[in-house]
Design a protein around this ligand. Structure first.
Ligand SMILES: [Zn+2]
Ligand SMILES: [Zn+2]
Ligand SMILES: [Zn+2]
Length: 144
């Protein structure tokens, strides 16, 4: 923190009045903030109204962070998934596929270990299921 005593203006004969730092009228620094020994102009972001240092862009302008998600898919080899769900953790994807196919403990453990499991088409309705990690910014595109 800059104490008021350490602030000085290089553009005018500024005064401390009642503990407030006061520039002379028309001083180009009067709209700036004193930070680490220099006068910095802050501008309001048009989008969110945050104060942003002159010359820098507001964090609200950054592209959205890609969010990691896991695709739990099941279907026939060479076809699009019959079943597809987006989960936010690997374990949730394992649970999802285990539930849909009523996997027993052994098959669920195999799926969890390999991220992939051959199924029994007659019994399970699908030939295989697999879990794919993805970090695209639009997880909803995977689902119908
Ligand atoms: Zn000044
Ligand atoms: Zn902003
Ligand atoms: Zn994705």
């Amino acid at each position: 923190m800059d104490t008021p005593e350490s602030i000085s203006c290089n553009q005018c004969e500024a005064l401390m009045i009642n503990g407030l730092f006061c520039h002379e009228t028309g001083c180009p620094n009067s709209r700036k903030r004193f930070e680490n020994g220099e006068w910095v102009l802050y501008l309001k972001c048009f989008e969110c109204g945050c104060d942003v240092r002159e010359g820098e862009s507001c964090s609200c302008q950054d592209p959205p962070e890609p969010t990691k998600h896991w695709i739990a898919g099941a279907g026939l080899h060479g076809c699009l998934f019959n079943h597809c769900a987006i989960l936010d953790s690997y374990d949730a994807a394992v649970d999802n596929l285990a539930q849909v196919h009523e996997l027993g403990r052994t098959r669920k453990a195999t799926l969890k270990r390999a991220g992939y499991l051959e199924l029994n088409l007659k019994r399970d309705g699908n030939e295989y299921c697999e879990i794919t990690e993805c970090d695209c910014a639009t997880p909803e595109v995977h689902q119908d």
